[in-house]
Design a protein around this ligand. Sequence first.
Ligand code: GDP
Ligand code: IMO
Ligand code: MG
Length: 429
Amino acid sequence: MANVAVIGAQWGDEGKGKVVDWLASRADLVVRFQGGHNAGHTLVVGDQTYKLSLLPSGLVRGKLGIIGNGVVIDPEALLSEIARVRAQGLNVSPETLRIADNATLILPLHPAIDRAREASRGDSKIGTTGRGIGPAYEDKVARRAIRVADLAEPETLSAKLDELLLHHNTLLAGLGAPVFEKQALLDRLLELAPLVLPYAEPVWERLDDARRAGKRILFEGAQAVMLDVDHGTYPFVTSSNTVAATAASGSGMGPASVGFVLGIAKAYTTRVGSGPFPTELLDATGRLLGERGHEFGTVTGRPRRCGWFDATLVRQAVKVGGVQGLALTKLDVLDGLPELNICTGYRIGGEIFRRLPASPRAQAAAEPVYETIEGWTDSTRGARSWADLPAQAIKYVRRIEELVEAPVTLVSTSPERDDTILVRDPFEG
Ligand code: GDP
Ligand code: IMO
Ligand code: MG
């Protein structure tokens, strides 16, 4: 039985949460494998709206949620999110949520460094979410991070805090930011320990059992391929690998367990934060997409930059992300536009490219080459079958399929869970 990994194929906020929620009805477990509470996934179910950052979206369907070792966990954010969704009626307990005991923790000094560093960057800000994601991943690879299991060992916490503070207080002082005091951090971690540890376990064992029992595992990616620390628009990226391969290493399973890779792309493009965006529209059409699509960051509330669908970018994400099928979301936002542009390549210094080069200078200079396609006047909002779509909308989807070199296996036509056209069940491979 196939498993499924869902990843973003643009710059995030493609609607992964909606798609994961929809697919979760067919899964037994839902696993987050990278990122942290920089993610913001909005799920609309009837008159309830759930906004999840760290918790796997499958919890809304009552499916077992797992936070894998590849995730960076802010324990304060975790506990407040649990409290928030419990107040909305969701059952989150150590029976429904398991957390990898070898996952890295985000401490209060991480967002402090994140923000101080951003402030010091002036005009060349990355536009991070300010939640300490980058500094926490840095500590992980520097081998000084505090991990979930350390919460059970006060002496380990104490020794690791000494090492962390030696490093970070020097940096904070250099950036002119307030430094941290060890005892307060230690006391707080010891208070949090009994609240977090009941969720902790070696999740790789549970996942191995699930695999052997033929259970269906849904891997829920956060961010997107163009924010991947290797494959994205570096340095305007997040600090984790967001491609589907990470589903294995970020949860403790082998690569063969990842299964079908479903890439999610919006029918246009958005980006929050700084960095290159060749098809960005700074005109009335860009504003219209933003208004119609309610394009405001779930986490930070920042307006998202909007632009035309970039098939060159998504094709690249399909290749490096290992995408086997594409879910195209927010088609309804394009209803009524007389003409649509699709980017089929970039003009850079007089040459045409069918990929975004690695050079930041080339990325910033990339001018989109467009193919124009006629729009449609009828509404696609709420469509649940191909027969509900105007012919021109189907043509648009078909053209995208050709250009990105991946089949569109799912189309989403509203924020609502069931307003979805299924072409091919990803769990069937
Ligand atoms: P994620 O980070 O990829 O999970 O995406 P977000 O939840 O941050 O942002 C996607 C937004 O689009 C959310 O507000 C969704 O409710 C909404 N959404 C998802 N699919 C559709 C769709 O097909 N049509 C419209 N109009 N909105 C959608
Ligand atoms: P979801 O899962 C969109 C962006 C930030 C910034 C860059 C680095 O909802 O799609 P970070 O705080 O990660 O160091 O910021 O990455 N970013 C996202 N943009 N959606 C997200 O998550 C994002 N997570 C991070 O805006 O440009
Ligand atoms: Mg989001």
